[in-house]
Design a protein around this ligand. Structure first.
Ligand code: HEM
Length: 505
């Protein structure tokens, strides 16, 4: 199905101010425009026909509404950018398996260009020999199973610190969302930088600000040929400011590593953090594209951006779903308390047997994929998908959120039923296209192991050490907010009641 969201050009040039206000006001989506494959229509008709699906809606909801009306392959015109939206498992398979190589590019975005030193990172680098080299480094040197295992003591210490801090607030209302964010900021900072860093919160706030604009829905990315737009809207100045502030912090981090003055705690001496690994590879010299400080900073930014919020929102949503589903909460806690038999403290080796907890996380990632539209791709050549011709340089948005709730593939798709995975072979490895929390194909998430390890242990501890209640007279909503990740709109406020373990907090 082929529709276009666009403003007519004469209208655009006749009333630039009006259009500018409309664009910035309506923000994320453009309106409709006569479609060359449909009978000519005045632009207002399709606008009225579909705008109610778009206005005020979260992008993944808006695109789901449109897909329900128009089908699993919808072409939309986002300003000057031609895009297709993919909303079914077979069509996702076409993009990420059958034609994976043809769709292995990422579209160019101004915010990303400025922030990651002209696409020197992994997540937004165009498909190229450079990207292949950096991806290989990422998979083999930075995020391998062995490496993830080497960061285990960080997860154990920081998760335990979280439990201790919650224990001091027992029976009181705590903001679990904020606690999960702080925990994950600290874990990812220690993994990347080797120790807590005085600037970690500032750096992560800057990164969030920058990557919130990286969804490709910003007006400057929708009209890339209007070179003055980034200056008029102030986007360029804003991004340069963010980049400069980040640069100072990142230079400081690298300098400390080179100098050997990182303030490491006890067992942090025993592992190589991500900056160490990148500096080692820089000095190694045998790479096709030798690394310099900009390459290192771009990859470090990716690790922070991709590794922190994705895991903390997962903790937020798992805990929210458990509060909404007391049967599942009880079953998960029974498993933990049975397996751990009153142990005072949990270590990572203890959680291998927690099969039900793993199903709970899997089910939460189905209903609440932290990156609901994955990262956008772009076609590298002309291609045919589901009988439609897709021209080169078309942006591809895959609605993993909708796919995970597709009633043709999931029984009771809106219900939280972890057991659905117990007898099923569906996994997270990107081979089942009805379940794509980490994407699939060449651009699939390389941080899956680290991401899962970062949520499993804290969740096990939260559920083992405490029973949870909602604050008095409060209901729990499940409203979402869309940014770089899909998080709760309202913070998760809960009251912890210590469970009777042999623990001395
Ligand atoms: C629960 C945790 C996580 C989730 C749900 C998640 C999800 C995703 C998704 C959906 C993508 C896009 C895949 C695609 O386009 O097909 C992605 C890409 C990526 N993720 Fe993750 N991620 C998580 C954790 C992490 C962690 C911990 C790291 C590293 C510290 C990481 C690093 C990356 C990178 C570098 C990419 C870009 C890959 C490329 O373009 O080649 N992720 N992630």
């Amino acid at each position: 199905m082929d529709i276009q969201f666009n403003f007519s050009l004469p209208f655009f040039f006749a009333c630039p101010l009006v259009v500018f206000i409309i664009i910035t006001w309506f923000g994320r989506f453009m309106s409709l425009y006569p479609n060359k494959n449909l009978p000519p229509q005045p632009w207002t008709l399709p606008l009225i026909g579909h705008m109610h699906h778009l206005l005020g809606a979260l992008p993944h909801h808006a695109l789901s509404n449109i897909a329900q009306k128009l089908g699993p392959v919808v072409r939309i015109q986002l300003g000057q950018v031609s895009a297709i939206v993919i909303s079914s498992p077979p069509m996702a398979k076409e993009i990420m398996k059958t034609h994976d190589l043809s769709f292995a590019n990422r579209p160019k975005l101004l915010s990303v260009e400025i922030i990651v030193y002209n696409y020197l990172d992994i997540a937004f680098a165009p498909y190229s020999n450079y990207w292949r080299q950096m991806r290989k480094i990422c998979v083999l040197e930075l995020l391998s199973a062995k490496k993830v295992q080497s960061f285990r003591c960080i997860r154990e210490q920081e998760s335990w610190n979280l439990i201790q801090s919650i224990a001091t607030q027992r029976f009181k209302t705590i903001n679990l969302s904020d606690k999960a964010f702080t925990l994950m900021n600290t874990i990812i900072t220690r993994v990347v930088v080797g120790s807590r860093c005085k600037d970690q919160d500032t750096l992560l706030e800057l990164i969030r600000g920058a990557f919130d604009l990286s969804g490709g829905f910003d007006v400057v990315d929708l009209f890339p040929s209007f070179k003055l737009l980034p200056l008029i809207t102030g986007t360029k100045k804003k991004m340069m400011n963010i980049r400069n502030k980040m640069d100072v912090i990142l230079d400081g981090i690298i300098f400390e590593h080179i100098e050997g003055s990182v303030n490491r705690e006890g067992n942090e001496l025993n592992f190589e953090d991500i900056v160490d690994a990148l500096l080692r590879l820089k000095d190694y010299g045998g790479l096709q594209f030798p690394l310099n400080f900009e390459n290192i900073k771009a990859v470090v930014l990716d690790m922070f951006a991709a590794g922190s919020d994705t895991s903390s929102v997962t903790i937020e949503w798992v805990m929210s779903e458990l509060m909404m589903n007391p049967r599942v909460m009880k079953k998960a806690q029974d498993e933990l308390r049975r397996v751990l038999k009153g142990k005072a403290k949990i270590y990572e080796s203890d959680i291998q047997e927690l099969d039900y907890l793993k199903l709970v996380i899997k089910e939460s990632l189905r209903l609440h994929p932290p990156v609901p539209l994955l990262l956008p791709r772009e076609s590298r050549e002309n291609c045919e998908i589901g009988g439609y011709h897709i021209p080169v340089k078309t942006k591809v948005i895959i609605n993993a959120w909708m796919i995970g709730r597709d009633p043709n593939y999931w029984i009771e798709p809106e219900s939280f039923i972890p057991e659905r995975f117990s007898e099923s072979s569906i996994n997270m490895m990107g081979t089942n296209f009805e379940y794509l929390p980490f994407g699939a194909g060449r651009r699939m998430c390389p941080g899956m192991l680290l991401g899962l390890a970062n949520v499993e242990l804290p969740l096990a501890m939260l559920l083992y050490h405490f029973d949870w209640e909602l604050p008095q007279s409060q209901d729990l909503d499940m409203l979402e907010s869309f940014g770089a990740t899909l998080r709760r709109k309202n913070k998760l406020l809960l009251v912890p009641h210590p469970y009777n373990t042999n623990t001395d907090y």
